[in-house]
Ligand binder design. Structure first.
Ligand code: ADP
Length: 333
């Protein structure tokens, strides 16, 4: 966005979100090259038509695309930094603190760590029941850091063709290293384990081996790449991943306590509300994970909205809406 503003030419209204996406993973000089090529395209047009012209969105996007192609760096895995950060994570104060100390601080101060010979940890394993926020907090961590982000499901990396899954893993890590600092989030890491006796065992073994090798390389070569993996069942994760310092930090993400449930609810309820009894909401949602609470908030808001539509006036979310929503979510899960 900063580079767009420095363009010394007339610029049409360019959607800076597209620009940020098109230049994801670019170095500063790639971005400079993108904007100067875009300006040249506009200047050429001006010369040809003899009329004043300005840099258009298409100029910028096509310049970025050409540069990506020229470099042969098709960015298959990299996503732009998420636009959510730790403010979007309710509760989880202790986990945020651990991630601040172990992930954010080293990535933000690599020279300090080098000077004091303190190793940066590269592998973190989050474990806990589904819906507790493992994906959410990882995404918000990347957003908090403002770094490139890769979100891969282990099942997407596994290919049924022997050897291909291992190539996917290799390519993903190569992309991350070329675009460091980068945070790789791998969901369902347990899916990388070959079930014994399975006919795909060989290729699955290759994937696991490739993965372990890549993780070890990160440690050896001191890259600013951090891998956060998640699993619902830690017992299903290949032993080799847990041994020998690959995922040194194993962090449990448990279902939220009463205070966290209140906070999660408040964060997700963005509707006009009547006087709500927070303590009762916490009690009603006992045993719920974050995704259930999000669903309760959404459902309660929808009920109030339907009432408002019917009455053609503002209707606030009431305790009764929440009680109904809780009953619905309990009955369906
Ligand atoms: P998991 O990866 O553990 O299965 P997710 O991260 O996908 O769970 O979380 C499910 C949903 O719950 C997400 O849509 C997210 O918005 C919400 N959520 C999870 N944790 C929190 C939290 N701490 N604060 C606010 N919302 C949360």
């Amino acid at each position: 966005r900063h580079y767009l503003m420095t363009l010394d030419a007339r610029v049409e209204d360019i959607n800076s979100e597209y620009f940020v996406q098109a230049t994801a993973g670019f170095t500063a000089s790639d971005i400079e090259e993108t904007v100067s090529r875009a300006a040249r395209r506009a200047a050429n047009r001006e010369r040809e038509s003899g009329e004043e012209d300005s840099v258009r969105e298409a100029d910028v996007l096509e310049a970025a695309e050409t540069i990506s192609r020229e470099q042969g760096t098709v960015r298959e895995f990299i996503e732009t930094p998420p636009n959510q950060d730790f403010d979007d994570v309710a509760g989880m104060a202790e986990i945020k603190q651990i991630l601040r100390q172990r992930v954010i601080d080293p990535l933000e101060n690599p020279l300090l760590y080098e000077e004091y010979g303190v190793d940066i940890e590269h592998g973190f394993l989050l474990y806990g029941p589904p819906g507790t926020g493992k994906t959410h907090i990882s995404k918000c961590l990347a957003g908090e850091l403002g770094v490139n982000y890769i979100h891969a499901k282990a099942s997407d990396l596994v290919s049924k063709f022997i050897g291909e899954g291992a190539q996917n893993v290799e390519q993903m890590f190569a992309e991350a290293r070329n675009n460091e600092p980068c945070l790789i989030f791998i969901d369902e890491i347990d899916a990388l384990v070959g079930s014994r006796g399975s006919q795909h065992q060989t290729s699955e073994r290759q994937i696991v081996n490739q993965f372990l090798e890549e993780l070890s390389q990160l440690n050896d070569q001191d890259h600013d790449v951090v891998v956060v993996a998640a699993t619902n069942i830690i017992e299903d994760v290949d032993d080799a991943m847990l041994r020998s310092g690959r995922f040194t930090e194993q962090i449990e993400i448990p279902p939220p306590g009463a205070e966290a449930r209140k906070e999660i609810f408040k964060l997700h309820l963005n509707a006009p509300v009547a006087d709500l009894d927070e303590t009762r909401i916490a009690a009603l949602t006992n045993g719920f994970v974050a995704s259930d609470i999000e669903a309760v908030a959404e459902q309660a808001a929808r009920q109030a909205m339907h009432r408002a539509q019917h009455a053609n006036s503002i209707k606030k979310v009431r305790m009764a809406d929440i009680e109904n929503a809780v009953a619905t979510i309990r009955s369906c899960c």
